[in-house]
Design a binder for this molecule. Structure first.
Ligand code: SF4
Length: 370
């Protein structure tokens, strides 16, 4: 690890990064000003070395992945067309609308899976009991797999349709078999940008309060940011700051996942893509600023597999998983595959010079591929 900082001393051409190196060495927390320097730097090599130093100090050469599957029980959503970045949600009468039966959902499971990720639209007719039944049946069919299900947006919806308080909804989901919450729905907390891309969805404060309630009840969760649309660097830093503050209070977040906006089939398709350097900065900033998060994840579905591999050198310690088969982001036009095999991840991580570690949803290590 010392070699990395020696390389940094030789290579660094941006003196604004020097105070960040000093803070890393002295275990001091980065502030807004440091974060701004990271987002402004053009010295990507040196930034990568700092983020890699922080990653190695947390979990060494290990990069985690999971054998998982995404299941989206329905794409029917009462606020379809309101989230401008979403091409997945459909009105009930849309020809592309679908609903999965329990049998269909169970037919998607196989015994290899260690994590089952379940999210979908806010169905206008389904009762909360229907969602509980899905979780119970999946849990009965796959008792050894973790169920990571329902975003804060869905939990707020369940509270509305059931009349239960958010805490009660979460307790009922936990009793049915939910082991963790995914990080979706956070998008960007900055109110003005949030209003432009996904009004009238759950506010940023509500998202944070729902995750806080889950953590207090002992349910861990992930956190995301949707970046690469209308946000400024200040919005990104503010988003991370709010997550860092909540993590200080609860320590309930497992991982942070930067999700690159996919414009192609959405109502924001006129937006120009940001350069790849922006992806690298967001991932490196996340690793350096979120000092209380164990893992930063490369969401290869939106980044693409090759770019995800590069982020391993920018602070990332998790490659997500096999996913088979992703629909939400691909409806928006993602160019990556809809899933990959276990071998793909082992080779991808080894080829990057790291040690692949297969995990479960809670980051228990299942197998180290030395
Ligand atoms: S992002 Fe979620 S809540 Fe928004 S329209 Fe799509 S499915 Fe519905």
């Amino acid at each position: 690890m010392e070699n990395i900082l020696e390389d940094f001393d030789i290579l660094c051409v941006d003196e604004n990064l020097l105070p960040i190196k000093d803070k890393l060495l002295n275990n001091k927390r980065l502030d807004f000003k440091d974060a701004e320097m990271i987002m402004d730097t053009k010295d990507l090599n040196s930034l990568g070395l700092l983020a890699k130093y922080k990653k190695l100090s947390k979990d060494g050469e290990k990069i985690y992945f999971v054998v998982n599957r995404h299941i989206n029980p329905t794409n029917i959503c009462v606020i379809a067309n309101s989230c401008k970045f979403c091409a997945f949600g459909q009105k009930k009468n849309s020809p592309d609308a679908y609903e999965m039966s329990i049998d269909k959902i169970l037919s998607l499971l196989d015994e290899e899976l260690r994590e089952i990720h379940i999210v979908g639209g806010l169905h206008p007719d389904w009762k909360f009991d229907k969602y509980l039944e899905i979780i119970r049946e999946v849990n009965i069919a796959m008792p050894s797999a973790h169920i990571k299900a329902f975003t804060a947006v869905e939990i707020e919806w369940f509270s509305k349709i059931s009349g239960y308080k958010v805490e009660k909804v979460i307790e009922k989901l936990m009793n049915a078999g939910v082991d963790a919450l995914p990080g979706g729905g956070a998008e960007i907390f900055a109110p003005e940008v949030r209003k432009k891309i996904c009004s009238p969805k759950t506010t940023g404060d509500s998202w944070l309060n729902i995750h806080k309630a889950a953590h207090k009840l002992g349910l861990p969760s992930n956190a995301t940011i949707l970046y690469g649309h209308l946000e400024s660097k200040y919005d990104v830093i503010d988003h991370l700051d709010k997550l860092r503050n909540l993590q200080d209070q609860t320590n309930g977040f497992l991982a942070f996942i930067p999700v690159l906006f996919q414009p192609y089939n959405t109502r924001l398709k006129h937006l120009k893509p940001f350069p790849f350097s922006y992806d690298l900065k967001v991932h490196a900033l996340a690793r350096l600023f979120l000092d209380n998060f164990s893992h930063i994840k490369a969401y290869w579905i939106t980044l693409g597999e090759k770019a995800a591999q590069v982020t391993f050198h920018y602070g990332v310690s998790d490659a997500d998983g096999t996913i088979i088969s992703e629909k939400i982001i691909h409806d928006a036009g993602a160019k990556s595959q809809i899933g990959h095999t276990r071998d793909f991840f082992v080779n991808m991580i080894k080829d990057s010079g790291y040690i692949p570690v297969e995990r479960d949803a809670l980051y228990n290590e299942l197998k180290i591929y030395d």
